[in-house]
Design a protein around this ligand. Structure first.
Ligand code: AGP
Length: 608
């Protein structure tokens, strides 16, 4: 969602601010702005649309050079417009601020400020913060840090704030609660961003600000305190990837680059997870203080693509253990009155580790005494810090909004977690030894799957002139069908639905007509024949069917059959997902869509 950059130092702030915002573009946004400040004046530029539109109106010569802040906005309160774009300033343009998150009590604060004569220019919740800060600054006779402390203590909701002021033009003030903020520095500058990719061209050593902290950045250092002004410890960490990983590297889009990175991402994710004796190593799980023989239920909780990974994990695990396994979308979890106690384990899955619904769910699980375990791709993310223990998918930075390598690495890590859970719970994972052997083979299988790309490009043409597509599958193929449909709709805007293959005839088959595209997954030998019957039912109604199946499953009489390389049936949906990513990609390319930044979507959904 929104992106933030901030800079102060001996050099011009503008290059850092703009390159940082460019790197944060993948988060999704609809307007952008910057404020630059020096001892005399503050200059703000804002534009609706893309960063290119903002760059057109910036006059680098006219800009003061001390410090600055930047923002890309994903509209929540108020339409995307120049007026609602950040930064927001106080009446006499002495303080300017950018905000990520949502101020839940903004209406009450706004009412108070209006009564005191403050004038509002935008429809945003964020603007209240700059006027509130202005009012505290005046009341406290010019103590900006103290004014900021008073301000943040009044705010309800989530916020990452970055502020500059002509009163102290060589400092940038930062505050954080439930919205990410990362800080970095070089010998003569300090800077920040809403995630580490904004900083990576300047440093690999970063400080992840904690909830309830304020940082004051200056050219020669960084001061961190809590909201009461007590000094806080600074735990610096090293970003586990470099600048090349955050660039397109010769591909037309980040999505295609990330699709092709999957063999390596899977290899990295498996590093240290498989012992030479063929065992799964998951010490983070072993060390949880769970009474395994008393455990009653395991929830897998996430949003979107990560939720599909959860359905895969619960389907696989339920075949191996007697404990109840449930997959829940994080946005529903809190309202289901889930049974949460010390005999409940909640596993949260999130690429970014910053998804608001997932974070709210982990908070609830902890408050009710359940054990919490996180699977995320981002070191130091809010989820990683909230859960009792965390394991990382080592996919590297995922920039495209459409998740690809994060999904397949989640499946890999969840397969490992399921195997270890089945052991801890005294269950029996069918084909365990073969799964472990084939986890080792998976990167090579993915390489061979990627070679099937020309076929997916050819088959994507079937979607030309189609408004709808249907994805069907049973058991482990069902989450793959869901994920294939999600990929297609989010980047090509073709309406796509996924169903259990056996459910089709209970209603959705009414939608099948001549040339409707049906993507059928039939990779699970024991139920493939049943899926083939369901496929015949759609062909009888004129559907064009594409079948993705295993290497040895008998299939005859169908037009488009794609056979995946040999691998354990419990893992075959991982290469199957890769084919569906390519299918969606080419469908979107054929329609001329923006692959990496689909309309209305944000990479990291930090509002509930
Ligand atoms: C999928 O392509 C989307 N990017 C989206 O569904 C995403 O998986 C979801 O918003 C959850 O994000 P997270 O993994 O960062 O929590």
């Amino acid at each position: 969602m929104c992106g933030i950059t901030g800079f102060t130092g001996k050099e011009s702030a503008l290059p850092f601010l703009l390159q940082g915002l460019e790197r944060l573009e993948y988060r999704g946004y609809d307007s952008a702005g910057i404020t630059l400040v020096d001892h005399e004046k503050m200059t703000t530029y804002k534009a609706k649309g893309k960063l290119a539109d903002l760059k057109k109106i910036i006059d680098p010569e006219a800009c003061p050079q001390c410090a600055g802040i930047g923002h890309t906005r994903w509209a929540t309160h108020g339409v995307p417009s120049q007026l609602n774009a950040h930064p927001h300033s106080n009446a006499d343009s002495t303080i300017s601020l950018v905000h990520n998150g949502i101020i839940e009590n903004y209406q009450k604060i706004k009412k108070d400020l209006l009564a005191r004569g403050y004038v509002f220019r935008s429809e945003t919740d964020s603007e209240v913060v700059v006027h509130l800060l202005d009012s505290w600054y005046r009341r406290l006779n010019g103590d900006m840090e103290e004014a900021l402390r008073h301000t943040v203590r009044e705010l309800e909701g989530s916020f990452a704030l970055c502020i500059v002021t002509t009163y102290i033009p060589d400092k940038v003030f930062v505050a954080k609660k439930e919205s990410p903020m990362v800080i970095g520095r070089t010998a003569d500058s300090s800077f920040c961003g809403s995630d580490a990719t904004a900083l990576i061209a300047y440093t690999k050593e970063v400080l992840v600000l904690e909830d309830g902290q304020i940082a004051v950045l200056s050219a020669d250092g960084i001061k961190v305190t809590d909201f009461d002004g007590n000094p806080a410890e600074q735990a610096w960490i090293s970003i586990p990837y470099d600048i090349e990983a955050a660039q397109k590297g010769g591909y037309d889009s980040y999505m295609m680059k990330e699709i092709h990175e999957q063999p390596r991402a899977v290899r990295e994710t498996l590093r240290g997870r498989l012992s030479p004796e063929g065992k799964i190593l998951m010490p983070e799980l072993d060390q949880l203080p769970v009474r395994w023989n008393e455990l009653k239920r395991i929830y897998f909780i996430a949003c979107g693509t990560a939720y599909h990974a959860c359905i895969y994990a619960k389907t696989l695990l339920q075949k191996a253990v007697h404990v109840t396994c449930i997959a829940e979308p994080a946005s529903e979890f809190r309202y289901e009155e889930p049974v949460l106690d010390r005999d409940t384990l909640c596993i949260f899955v999130s690429q970014s580790g910053e998804t608001a619904d997932t974070l709210a769910a982990v908070k609830l699980a902890k408050a009710e005494g359940a054990h919490t375990f996180a699977v995320t791709n981002v070191l130091g993310s809010s989820l990683a810090r909230a859960a009792d223990a965390t394991v990382y998918t080592c996919a590297g930075p995922e920039i495209a909004v459409a998740s690809t390598k994060a999904y397949t690495t989640q499946l890999v890590l969840l397969a490992c977690i399921d195997i270890r859970l089945s052991e801890l719970l005294g269950g029996r994972m069918p084909d365990k030894e073969r799964i472990i052997t084939d986890l080792n083979n998976l990167p090579a299988v993915l390489d061979r799957t990627l070679d099937m790309e020309p076929m997916m490009e050819r088959l994507a043409v079937l979607l030309q002139d189609q408004r709808d597509a249907y994805f069907i599958g049973r058991q482990l193929d069902y989450p793959t069908a869901l994920e294939g449909a999600l990929k297609l709709k989010e980047i090509s805007y073709i309406h796509a639905d996924a169903y259990y293959a056996g459910e089709l005839k209970h209603g959705p088959i009414a939608l099948i007509e001549k040339d409707t595209v049906v993507m059928a997954l039939a990779t699970q030998a024991e139920i493939a024949a049943k899926t083939f019957s369901n496929i015949q039912e759609t062909i009888a109604r004129g559907a064009r069917v594409i079948i993705i199946t295993g290497p040895d499953i008998p299939v005859s009489g169908f037009e488009n059959v794609l056979r995946l390389p040999e691998i354990a049936p419990q893992l075959i949906d991982i290469p199957a997902a890769v084919l569906l990513q390519q299918f969606a990609y080419f469908a979107a390319v054929n329609k001329g869509c923006d692959i990496d930044q689909p309309r209305n979507l944000a990479k990291s959904v930090t509002v509930e």
